[in-house]
Design a protein around this ligand. Structure first.
Ligand SMILES: [Ca+2]
Ligand SMILES: [Ca+2]
Ligand SMILES: [Ca+2]
Length: 274
């Protein structure tokens, strides 16, 4: 038996609010390789793709399970189940990364999620559609889910614009901060990103939680270039923290494989625990 309390029981015992800015414990189960990392998944070990357990951080099926979720040559390898739904809610296949016992991460303002995503050059000539992205789930100060921002890559077969691109899902509010709508923003592939979809390769992505009004909103960077500042979309922002991170891909009814690597969450507060 694990004698240490997990984060949830620790929070209950200590009476800390769920929205506390400092993380009281380092991650259980995930190896923190950077001094201020809450988790740092390099997928050199199969454990980095393993399911969540009562005593270890790990992955939990979100809407629909992919066919396989494994490490392959030091990368996270996602094999789409092409026999499952190709429309509606369950066309999204993926898993979310949670702390031990299915707990949220409660990472507040200033925290950053970073990861690498592989653009397969074959996607531009295969006559099939591909789309995959990351949904950093945001929560309010009470720890309830407040928003699902998304950054997704679409090949030319999946994109409404006909060109391969990234797109972002953003939330809008009125002048009082009340929710109005959520929508997709086409980002294209601006030259500054240095991405040629026909050449493919790895891209670096970062989602940084910034202060906004009484809450927080994301800045998305691709290859260290700012592509979306959600504050510029007048974002609905009772959000104050990251809760969990979903990696979702769309099933287009054909076999497909997606690769991610170096999935890292850092918080400013955690550095003090070095
Ligand atoms: Ca790796
Ligand atoms: Ca498959
Ligand atoms: Ca294609």
């Amino acid at each position: 038996m694990d004698e240490l309390p997990n984060r949830r029981t620790f929070l209950q015992m200590s009476g800390l609010a769920a929205g506390a800015a400092m993380l009281p414990l380092s991650a259980t189960g995930a190896q923190a390789k950077q001094p201020n990392a809450v988790f740092d998944l390099d997928f050199s070990d199969g454990d980095d793709a393993a399911d969540n357990t009562s005593s270890s951080a790990g992955w939990v099926v979100d809407r629909r399970a992919p066919e396989a979720w494994t490490t392959d040559s030091g990368r996270l390898c996602i094999d789409i189940d092409e026999t499952a739904e190709t429309s509606g809610f369950y066309r999204y296949q993926g898993k979310k990364y949670q702390d031990a016992d299915g707990s949220y991460w409660y990472a507040g303002r200033g925290s950053r999620l970073s990861y690498r995503f592989y653009i397969d050059p074959a996607w531009e000539t295969d006559g099939e559609a591909h789309e995959s992205g990351v949904w950093p789930v945001l929560g309010n100060a009470d720890g309830a889910i407040s928003a699902y921002p998304i950054l997704a890559y679409q090949d030319s077969g999946a994109s409404d614009t006909g060109d391969a691109q990234f797109r972002a899902y953003v939330y809008e509010s009125d002048e009082d901060g009340n929710f109005v709508t959520d929508k997709w923003i086409d980002l294209g592939l601006p030259k500054k990103l240095g991405i040629d979809p026909e050449e493919g390769g790895w891209v670096d992505v970062e989602a940084q939680l910034q202060r906004f009004r009484d809450g927080a909103a994301l800045k998305w960077r691709i290859n260290n270039k700012l592509v979306v500042d959600e504050r510029g979309y007048n974002v609905f922002a009772p959000s104050t923290q990251f809760l969990e991170f979903i990696f979702n891909s769309i099933n287009f009814g054909k076999d497909a494989t997606y690769y991610y690597d170096d999935v890292v969450l850092t918080t400013p507060g955690n550095a003090r625990n070095k």
